[in-house]
Design a protein around this ligand. Structure first.
Ligand SMILES: Cc1ncc(COP(=O)(O)O)c(C=O)c1O
Length: 335
């Protein structure tokens, strides 16, 4: 952990505090002005509400020129960043034709495949020529190429599971798979620092969600024990199924999951495990096979293995690897 200097932390919070107070004042007077203005949509509820909207309008917009900057080259170790300017205090940003050459500290391209790579780049170009960049159809209709099947077999072999299924986006993999696997009457126990795609997938599933302290197996056990004893809310019936969701390497903290301990607890309480390897697949383990390889966990002990192609593999998309049963069931629910 890097210790943040006390003075820096204090002045940062102070600036945020100041912006917050001024923002609240401005919103208050804006409301009064809008009330008088005739072009205001009378009777309509505001489309955006809440603290997040306030944060974006009054705090983030002021510094947004530092973030979300468009690139005009491959995400190599160095890349070209498009220069922008604003004439209205950062409300809108206009692009110039100039670029700055910058050191890349913001891409996930862990193995460098997304930059010009002598093995990958020609093969990608050949595949685009042969197969086109889109099937313009869903997977269960005319959208499955021989390449998809090859990729799914390759992923399953690589991660050590009987079958895999691939998706066009990593975020959507979590947010759409969890609602298919879990539903009313089931329980999802999620690490407190799990990625937003897992949080949204869990919320969309209709399952009951409980959170355990980040990477703390003893607290996971406590939650599991308590929930199994209590059962479903109101009816007190036993849970239809329980799934514990963790990440291999936590994206914001870079911390490694305590997977062996978590698996032991899940087995003890007969809970399924769902492992998101977005940041660990390709990046850790002797042959890049992720945390299971690194920590000596048998992949048959992890029920659902999820990962993305947007980090180590320098591409985009996600996968779910599990049993052959999962593979034959999921496409018809999803694709
Ligand atoms: C843990 C985790 N899961 C899923 C995703 C979503 O992956 P993608 O960016 O490929 O949509 C991310 C993205 O950063 C992530 O960190």
């Amino acid at each position: 952990m890097i210790a943040i200097p006390y003075f820096t932390a204090l002045t940062t919070y102070f600036s945020y505090g100041l912006l917050f107070v001024f923002g609240q004042f401005r919103d208050f007077f804006r409301k009064i002005l809008d009330w008088w203005s005739t072009d205001n949509l009378q009777g309509y509820a505001p489309i955006c509400l809440g603290l997040e909207d306030f944060y974006i309008r009054r705090l983030y917009n002021r510094v947004q020129d530092c973030f979300g900057r468009p690139l005009s080259s491959a995400p190599d170790a160095w890349f070209d960043v498009v220069e922008r300017y604003s004439n209205d205090n950062n409300k809108t940003l206009k692009r110039t034709n100039n670029v700055s050459r910058c050191l890349n500290l913001g891409s996930y391209n862990y193995l460098g495949f997304a930059a010009a790579d002598e093995y990958c780049t020609p093969r990608v170009i050949d595949s685009l020529k042969k197969y086109s960049h889109s099937t313009c159809s869903s997977r269960v209709d005319g959208g499955t190429l021989a390449l998809h099947n090859e990729l799914e077999e390759c992923v399953a072999r690589f991660v050590g599971k009987p079958a895999a299924i691939v998706f066009g986006m990593g975020y959507v993999t979590n947010s759409s798979i969890l609602p298919v696997l879990m539903g009313k009457g089931s329980l999802i126990i999620s690490d407190s620092l799990n990625h937003n795609s897992i949080v949204n997938g869990a919320r969309g599933s209709g399952a009951t969600i409980r959170v355990f302290q980040h990477n703390t197996p003893s607290h996971l056990e406590e939650v599991l024990r308590e929930q199994i004893a209590e059962g479903q809310p109101r009816t007190r019936r036993p849970w239809k199924k329980i799934m514990v969701v963790v990440e291999g390497i936590y994206s914001m903290e870079g911390e490694l999951c305590k997977l062996p301990e978590i698996i032991t607890i899940c087995k003890r309480y007969k809970a399924y495990t769902y492992l998101d390897e977005a940041h660990s697949i390709g990046a850790v383990g002797k042959t890049g096979r992720g945390v299971c390889e690194l920590l000596g966990v048998d992949t048959s002990d992890v029920d659902i293995m999820m990962g993305t192609f947007s980090k180590s593999f320098g591409s985009y998309g996600g996968y779910i690897a599990g049993s052959k049963q999962n593979k034959s069931y999921l496409p018809y629910k999803l694709l």
